[in-house]
Structures are given as C-alpha cells and as structure tokens.
Design a protein around this ligand. Structure first.
Ligand SMILES: NC(=O)c1ccc[n+]([C@@H]2O[C@H](COP(=O)([O-])OP(=O)(O)OC[C@H]3O[C@@H](n4cnc5c(N)ncnc54)[C@H](OP(=O)(O)O)[C@@H]3O)[C@@H](O)[C@H]2O)c1
Length: 326
C-alpha cells in the first residue's frame, strides 16, 4: 500500500510517499481502508519532535511510528477475532493517536474503541475533519470548562480547526458565544452561530470591559493576566492550544490562581475516547455541528498540507483525500 513515511524528525521535506506492507489487524483491531484523513497540529509536533520532550514517548533519536495521521475516516475491510462492534463494510471514523497513528496511508489498523460509525450525513472528508479537533473543543468546554446554558463564552482562535468546533459546540450547549478571529473569518464565525464576533486585528477583547464566564484559548497568544482581566469573578479559563508561551504560563501559574482565588485557570490535554466521539457524531447528525474544511489535498501531497497547516492560518480543517468513494 502507499503511505507517507518519515524516518527522521524534521520539516515536511522529510515526508516521503512510499510503498509499505499493508497492516494486518490484531485480535482487538479493525483494518480500515482509509478514504480521508485530516492533518492536525499534533502531526506537526511529532514530525518536528517539538517540544523536544515529545521524544520521550515518540522515539529519542528517530520516530517509533513512522506514519503520521490520526483522524481517519474509511471503511472496515477486516476485523480481528475479538472485535465485537464492527464488521467488514462498516463506515467508520476516529482519532487513532492513542493506538499508533498511521492514518496517512491507504490502510490502517486501529483498536475498535478508537472508532465509531461515521455520521450518516457526513462525507468521508467531513468525518475525517472531526475527531481530534471536535473532541478537544468538547472536553475544553464541558469537562474542564463546565459550560452551562446562558453563560457568556469567548473562544479565542475561533477560526481554526479546534475553534470552529468550539463555537458550534458552545452554541449547542446553549451559551452566548463570542468568537475572536481576524477580519476575513468574521462572516464564517457568524454563520457557525457566534452571537458576537471580535476582530482581533482591530479590537482587544481583554480591554473592552466585557467579562466572560468561560474563555477557551484555542489559538494565538495572550498572557494569563490578560485572560484573567476578561474573566468574570467566578469565571473559568481553559487553554486548549496556542503558543508554547501561553501553555507554559498557564501550566505554571494556573494552579496557584485557581487555588487562591475564585477564578479557575488551566490547560487541557484532550484524551480521545469513543464516548465523546459518539457525542460529537450525534451533534453532527442533528445538524448542530458541521465541519468546516479549508482545503483538501491528495495523499501524495501530505507534505504540502502540513506546510499549509504550519503557516497557522487555516480556516477550519485541512483534509487529505486518500481514496475516492465511488
Ligand atoms: N489540547 C489538546 O489536546 C489539543 C488538541 C488539538 C489541538 N491542540 C492545539 O490547539 C491549537 C489550535 O489547533 P487548531 O487545529 O485549531 O489550529 P489551526 O487550525 O492551525 O489554527 C489556525 C487558526 O488560528 C487562528 N489564529 C492564529 N493566530 C491567532 C491569534 N493570535 N488570535 C486568534 N486566532 C489566531 C488563525 O486565524 P487567522 O488566520 O485569522 O490568524 C487560523 O484560523 C494548536 O496549538 C494545537 O497544538 C491542542
């Protein structure tokens, strides 16, 4: 089968289209013919081994898993002896970052608990755009953010993969949503349901006197004191992404602020799980959430997809079409 392989850490230039052996499913695994896979910032971090400590889990000198790609959508081709929930022919999607990656390929094996049936109303490309970004948004808003109907919620970085899901999921929970993005993304944010939009190139949301019950930092950089100022007295701030400086500052100062005051501030490291994926699937099928796809690339052009993502201005998700669904 064809796959995009990397055998050393580096830039997108080290990614190579190669012929490799088609995997065979273990007892608890499903073999999926991949139709589409999306690119995530996590692929970039693993590719570059950045931050450096990532090497402790992904391989000290060279990558242990040589095929990246976590968010797959495809059709089950074969199942291992202990697999109960899927059969050949089922259309599935999921985040396989917890079971070896390998989505930038024509076939991949994944544990059945990483997958769910593909939403009935989604194409393979749309389904592949969902898992990691949407589950991160969900866990940031619901698990860490304890979102409640009627709350004022602000999403900073609302126009990226995670942010566009965060806007829609927050609306599905009944919140009053403010989306922060640049000028060219304001209309999309409104169309996804944002009640208010703030153009970060023209207005500083931390200086306009508004206070929010929940702030999700999905991208960009603002200092923790900026976010603290924009939070209501009992508000919660969750960093799901953004610059390393933003993440480090919250990791260091967040616990102290949360312990000593009434505001809560902390990071989220999302954990893929079937329950949350199924929850998102229901939102998709109910039409409450829809993936926004910026660009689609062919498998042979994964390096270009990664380069584009690396520029940091994707409008929604970057997807790779691996096979046409006839
Ligand atoms: N915690 C987790 O488990 C987890 C899971 C997934 C992702 N992440 C992290 O979440 C972050 C975002 O991921 P993503 O997939 O959403 O990235 P992405 O799709 O690459 O984000 C690109 C978007 O971010 C916007 N943006 C860039 N700088 C901004 C700024 N200063 N203020 C506001 N918006 C800005 C861009 O809009 P403009 O073009 O208008 O600037 C663009 O639309 C990454 O750091 C990623 O590593 C974390």
């Amino acid at each position: 089968m064809k796959a995009i392989v990397y055998t050393e850490y580096g830039t997108a230039d080290v990614l190579q289209l190669k012929e490799v052996a088609k995997p065979a499913p273990k007892d608890d695994e499903v073999l999926v013919k991949v139709y589409a896979v999306s690119a995530n910032a996590a692929d970039l971090h693993l590719l570059r081994a950045d931050p450096f400590l990532i090497r402790l889990s992904s391989g000290l000198l060279k990558p242990k898993n040589t095929i990246l790609g976590s968010d797959v959508a495809g059709r089950v081709e074969a199942v291992g002896g202990n697999v109960k929930q899927f059969k050949p022919g089922d259309e599935v999607f999921g985040d396989i970052s917890g079971c070896g990656w390998g989505g930038f390929a024509e076939y991949v094996c994944a544990r059945e608990d990483a997958l769910a049936l593909k939403p009935a109303n989604s194409s393979f490309e749309e389904a592949a755009a969902v898992p990691m970004a949407a589950v991160t948004a969900l866990q940031g808003l619901r698990n860490k953010g304890q979102i409640q109907p009627g709350q004022k919620v602000l999403i900073n970085g609302a126009s990226g993969g995670v942010g566009m899901f965060a806007v829609q999921i927050a609306k599905a929970f009944g919140a009053e949503v403010t989306a922060v993005c640049s000028t060219r993304n304001l209309d999309t944010a409104r169309s996804l349901g944002a009640d208010h939009v703030i153009d970060y190139t023209r207005e500083d949301f931390t200086q306009n006197g508004q206070r929010y019950d929940l702030i999700i930092a999905a991208n960009g950089y603002r200092s923790i004191s900026d976010y603290k100022r924009a939070l209501s007295p009992k508000g919660t701030y969750v960093t799901t992404g953004g610059s390393m400086a933003q993440l480090s500052e919250v990791m260091l100062k967040g616990p102290w602020i949360s312990m000593t005051g009434s505001q809560k501030m902390g990071n989220l490291l999302a954990k893929p799980n079937k329950q949350d994926l199924s929850f998102i699937k229901e939102l998709l099928e109910a039409g409450k959430v829809k993936p926004v796809i910026d660009r689609c690339y062919q498998l042979s052009r994964v390096a270009d997809a990664i380069r584009y993502l690396e520029e940091g201005h994707a409008q929604g998700k970057v997807v790779i079409t691996v096979a046409q669904n006839n």
